[in-house]
Structures are given as C-alpha cells and as structure tokens.
Design a protein around this ligand. Structure first.
Ligand SMILES: Cc1ncc(COP(=O)(O)O)c(C=O)c1O
Length: 434
C-alpha cells in the first residue's frame, strides 16, 4: 500500500479505535443520560444488516423502487406491531428521529404563519418546539405555556386561558424534562374548543406510555403523538408518528408529511430494528417500564438520603425515568461541574437547566435517567449503591479514580440486556476487548 493509502487507513483505524473506546466507556461506566438506551441483540442484527444500504420510498405495496418486496413485509409487520403497542389506528414508523417526527407532524398540521402553543425550552421544552428548531423551520408563531415550577408541569388554568386567547392551530404538549404526566384533558378540551389539533411529544416517555405506567395521551385528548424510538422506548435511533384518528385522509396527510415531506430514504435497517424492538416490547415492555419507574423513584430517594437536593420532593420526586438534582445557585454552572466530576468517575450524565436557570451552558442542575441501567438489570437496591457512588464523587470529595474503579466493578456485573428475546449471550456492549 502506498504511503497516502497507509495514512488514510490509519485515519480509519483511529476512528474505529475511538468507536471501540466509546463502547468501553459505557461497558465499564454508568450511562445515565435520560435520552439514551441500548438495543437488544436481535435489534442489533436488524440494524447491522444489508438493509442499511437500501432504498425504499413510499409505503408497503406502493414503492418507487424495485427490490422492496421483503422490506414491504418488514414495514407492514412493523406498522401492525406499532399499532398494537401504542394502541392506535395509525402509526408511521419511517421517521428517522423524534425531531424529524415533529417536523413531519407540524408540516401536516399547520401552515407557515400559523399559531402554536408549546412548553418553553427554559421550562424543559425541546428545541424542536422552539423558533430556533422545527417550529421556526415551519415558520410558526410560538406562545409558551405559563409553567408551574413546583409541580414541574404547565400551569393548567393559565395554559387553558392562553389557548383560548391565542387560538393555536396546534397545541403542542410534552417536553424533554419530563418528571410527571401532563394534566392533559383540560388543555386538550380548550384546544379542541378553539379548533386546534392536540399534539403530544412523547419522545422521552414513549416506552413508559407504551408500557402503561405514565399516561395515555391518545385517550386523554391528544390527536397526534410523536416520539423517538430510542429513549425510554428501547429501539434503534429513529422516530414514530402516531394518531388516534381513523380517518384515511388524516393518515394520508401524516404519511405524506413524512415521505415526501421530510424524508426520502428512511434508514431501512432502523425500520427493521424498530419492528424487532416492537415485538420485544410486546413481550417484555410492561415489566421494563414498571421497573424503570421503580428504579427512578428508588434512585431519587437514595440521592436525597445521601444529602443531594432532588427536585419535586413533595410529589415523590418522579413518575418517569428521570430525576433532577440541583448542585448550586441558579446559573452558577454547578450542574456542568457536577457532570464533569461524574464523568471522571465513569458516570455519564448531562447538565440541565432547572426552573429559574437562564443559561443553557452554565445551569445549576443535572437531569439523570435510569432506563439504560434498568435494561442491564439494575434493581432498586442497586440504585442505592449508585447514589452512594454519586455522593462519594460529588459530596465527599473522594478521588474520582478510586470511585471509577468501584463504578466499573458494579457495572461489570451488568453486561447482559434484559427485557428482550434470548439470542445467545445477550451481550449489552459487544465489541473488541482492549
Ligand atoms: C421532547 C423531545 N422531543 C423531541 C426530541 C428529539 O428527539 P431526537 O433526538 O430523536 O431527534 C427530544 C430529544 O431529546 C425531546 O426531548
């Protein structure tokens, strides 16, 4: 091989070594970012398949390319499973992320210049609900709900008033910081009164909703639900667009908004992975969702017992997979510092704005998620051990290298994916040893 080829190969190998090192970080560390998860071995087989290089546009039986017969079977099976799992007459399983699902839904439900209501990003709304994101791409006018900081949810009376005043085309509900179910019915009633469509963004909590442990938006007034397929729903990266309507015209509008609206090819290997994950969810999803919330509640209580300032104590801290902690004064950057210290100890988290913070890069808090640890078999008792490791790193000033060794020892006892079909060794973090 010539010298240049050698250098290029070395680049490729550097990338692959970093890929493996990233895997080792999670194999030996505690992945606690609330938007992440691991996939099962059978989902991994679908995702690592030849489908990753293929194209399909359209819907099963109605394609623009040849070669899609087998994929038609996959997508049709996936749609049927999704309708079952989400208890909905309509699901599109093509979208490539939660953001893409939101772009598609907003394309289907509103026109440029229309009014929308949503949770502000400062209160935990997602960037795709903001002018800087999908709402701006669609050129919609945004009014944000008044927020109840104590209850960590929209102030329902004030939000109903806002909806009646601004008469949105779409009342978007749901957020990224999602501790408790949104009191949906009253807001949905007000939205329907003024002719709005109610869109619920369940990106974070989709696995909990499908597992029956959070809330049931489509039966509480939501017309359309969007979400990611890889957060609490434990599938490959991607999205869903779900609707309660039986009307074929509504289905057509939503399907057209995904393709050709915001997707051309739509990552066929991930669609196959979603279908496998949906089948596994049918078998194990309820137990997984129940255990996830139990672990979050156990973790929050254990952190509080260690001396951490855990938000929403009066509501039992959390009813989801998330826990919020405050590490210093507002806008002090204490959350960023805590996240860095934890990373040195092998615990991967993210800083997060808490009520009253105004600076996304120097917030006072952390948002923690337990869904990945639940998937590798952590129990509520072990969440107490995890809280102890947090306290050693953050409250007792112990050498993070020492804590990291104990983190790795605990994590190495949890190397198999649970809540999925048996597929050999069910290795949660397969790859090369180092
Ligand atoms: C509420 C909400 N909606 C949408 C998204 C976007 O999801 P994705 O990362 O799949 O695009 C997120 C991501 O965190 C989210 O929290």
């Amino acid at each position: 091989m010539d010298k240049q080829g050698g250098a290029h190969r070395a680049s490729a190998e550097r990338v692959l070594n970093a890929v493996n090192d990233s895997r080792l970080l999670y194999q030996q560390g505690l992945g606690m970012i609330a938007s992440e998860n691991i996939i099962s071995p059978m989902v991994r087989r679908a995702v690592n398949s030849d489908l990753h290089g293929r194209y399909a546009e359209g819907l099963p039986g109605k394609r623009y390319y040849q070669g899609c017969l087998e994929f038609d079977t996959i997508e049709a099976e996936g749609i049927a499973l999704a309708q079952d799992v989400f208890n909905a007459p309509f699901v599109n399983i093509q979208s490539t992320s939660g953001t893409v699902s939101n772009m598609a839904a907003l394309k289907a439900l509103a026109k440029p210049g229309d009014q929308i209501t949503a949770v502000s990003t400062a209160d935990g709304g997602h960037i795709s609900h903001a002018r800087m994101g999908a709402v701006g791409v669609r050129d919609l006018n945004l009014a944000t709900y008044p927020w109840d900081e104590n209850r960590m949810e929209p102030d329902v009376d004030a939000s109903v008033k806002l909806i009646r005043e601004v008469k949105p085309k779409v009342a978007l509900i749901g957020q990224s910081v999602f501790l408790f179910p949104t009191p949906l019915q009253e807001m949905a009633d007000a939205a329907h009164e003024v002719g709005a469509t109610v869109m619920y963004d369940g990106a974070h909590v989709l696995g909990l909703i499908a597992g029956g442990v959070f809330q049931d938006p489509l039966r509480e007034g939501a017309d359309v639900m969007t979400g990611s397929s890889h957060k609490t729903f434990p599938g490959p990266q991607g999205g869903f667009v779900i609707a309660s309507s039986e009307d074929p015209a509504v289905h057509r509008r939503l399907n057209n908004a995904v393709f050709p609206g915001v997707c051309s090819s739509y990552h066929l290997h991930h669609v196959a992975g979603k279908a496998v994950a949906l089948a596994e969810f049918k078998a194990f999803g309820q137990a997984y969702a129940r255990d996830t919330v139990r672990n979050a509640q156990a973790f929050a209580s254990a952190l509080a017992a260690e001396g951490f300032d855990v938000l929403a104590e009066e509501r039992g801290y959390t009813a989801s997979h998330q826990v919020l902690t405050r590490h210093g004064p507002l806008d002090s950057g204490a959350g960023a510092k805590a996240a860095q210290t934890l990373e040195h100890a092998g615990i991967i988290t993210n800083m997060n704005m808490l009520p009253g913070d105004t600076k996304a890069l120097s917030p006072s808090g952390l948002r923690l998620g337990v869904q990945e640890l639940t998937r590798v078999g952590f129990t509520p008792d072990e969440m107490t051990d995890v809280a102890r490791l947090y306290a050693r790193a953050l409250l007792h000033g112990e050498d993070t290298a020492v804590v990291k060794r104990d983190v790795a020892a605990l994590k190495m006892e949890h190397q198999q994916v649970h809540y999925c079909f048996d597929d050999g060794d069910n290795d949660a973090y397969p790859g090369q040893p180092r």
